[in-house]
Ligand binder design. Structure first.
Ligand SMILES: [Zn+2]
Length: 199
């Protein structure tokens, strides 16, 4: 028989559903909540809800946005001729941390993975072609990871953009196989940007 309190168990289970959190860490976090002031816990709960209520996706690029379009798309100082294609909004965070990319982004929200049933229709690819036309984009940088899925997706996009006459490049050198951008340090990524290759 378990003497564990159901409410505490429920909290532990919620933490466990977060990426990278196992039973031990989930338990530690749940106990941290137990020992936190009521006021602070209320704040935390409010922020969790606010994130869900207020944050959506940019109608232009798919990045996180608090209104119809994101802060990067709204910034007139960003170059409009270059678009960097990434898998997730989190990737933009890493690119921005390096700070040497001044163009705009396009977020796919996933990678092609036929084995998992993820096709082109499941990704934010459709309005990419329209963007190229509308925004006068001259270069598309494919910055998907160098995993099988990342390469497949990059190849697919380069195929559908072939007819547009846009310059297509791929971040390749310096990014180890199968790694996601998250695990690459700024210098490596900056170098990968400089040495991007034409497809
Ligand atoms: Zn945007």
């Amino acid at each position: 028989m378990s003497y564990e309190l159901p409410v505490l168990r429920a909290l532990i289970d919620h933490f466990k559903r977060m990426p990278g959190i196992g039973e031990k860490t989930a338990r530690r976090l749940a106990f941290a909540i137990l020992y936190t002031d009521r006021e602070e816990v209320e704040d935390f709960a409010k922020v969790l809800l606010r994130v869900k209520e207020r944050i959506g996706f940019c109608s232009i690029c798919g990045n996180l946005a608090e209104s119809d379009t994101c802060r990067i798309c709204n910034d007139p100082r960003r170059e409009s001729g270059v678009v960097c294609i990434v898998e997730r909004p989190a990737d933009i965070y890493f690119f921005e941390k390096i700070g040497n990319f001044r163009g705009r982004y396009h977020v796919l929200h996933g990678l092609l993975s036929p084995l998992d049933g993820v096709g082109a229709g499941d990704l934010n690819i459709e309005n990419l072609e329209a963007r190229i036309e509308r925004e006068g984009i001259e270069e598309v940088i494919l910055a998907t990871s160098t995993s099988v899925e990342g390469d497949t997706t990059a190849l697919y996009i380069s195929e559908i953009l072939k007819g547009t006459g846009v310059r297509i490049t791929r971040l390749a050198r310096g990014i180890p196989m199968g790694s996601t951008l998250e695990y690459i340090n700024g210098n490596t990524l900056a170098k990968a940007f400089e040495t991007r290759e034409e497809i």
